[in-house]
Design a protein around this ligand. Structure first.
Ligand SMILES: [Zn+2]
Ligand SMILES: [Zn+2]
Length: 194
């Protein structure tokens, strides 16, 4: 069996996880395979990671917190200096708000299409300050994806000015106006690692 990892920019985050066994030796002993049609999940319960392949191309990576769906906690570094102790308030301070979020009858999540990350929480309540991260999904960001203001979540039109983080290399937040930036940037800068 051949797998294509090349299209997933988050490859570096699980490079160290004996993944070569999975690719080269057909040695799946650490990984349990679940298959649905053209989708394969390789899960390592001890390492807290699940790799999702569509048509044998790596599509997304699931990283688990302790005791979620029988997984142990994923212990390596998470992208964007996120950690599993963060609550939804902390994630919104770091990455801003997003229109792609969910909840209601389901556990809440925050999805950032331009960053290629979705953060899922255990509970359904946004105001629950102890609502812990359950798992994180990494996927390839879509370069054509529209940008949304990290405060008001309005679409930022192509020809409009984008207000960014003061740290030059930071692409985590985008603001539609000076006003939106001023409301959020001080919180973001406390967590921004650039
Ligand atoms: Zn705005
Ligand atoms: Zn920043």
């Amino acid at each position: 069996m051949e797998f294509d990892f090349s299209n997933n920019k988050f490859y570096e985050y699980f490079n160290k996880l004996n993944i070569n066994d999975l690719i080269n030796n057909n040695n799946y002993s650490d990984y349990k395979l679940k298959e649905f049609k053209n989708i394969k999940y390789f899960s390592n319960l001890n390492k807290g990671i699940s790799l999702c392949f569509k048509n044998d191309i790596l599509d997304s990576i699931f990283l688990y917190n302790e005791n979620i769906d029988k997984f142990h906690k994923y212990k390596n570094k998470l992208p964007y200096s996120i950690n599993f102790d963060m609550k939804n308030v902390d994630i919104i301070q770091l990455l801003g708000d997003t229109p792609k979020k969910g909840g209601g009858n389901y556990p809440i999540f925050l999805n950032y299409p331009n960053l290629g990350i979705e953060i899922n929480f255990i509970g359904k309540d946004w105001s629950d300050l102890n609502n812990t991260i359950s798992f994180i999904i990494l996927f390839n960001d879509n370069k054509n994806e529209e940008l949304y203001c990290s405060v008001c979540t309005n679409k930022i039109m192509k020809n409009n000015n984008i207000f960014k983080c003061n740290n030059k290399n930071c692409n985590l937040v985008n603001y539609c106006s000076e006003k939106c930036k001023n409301l959020h940037i001080k919180f973001h800068l406390k967590l921004c690692y650039y």
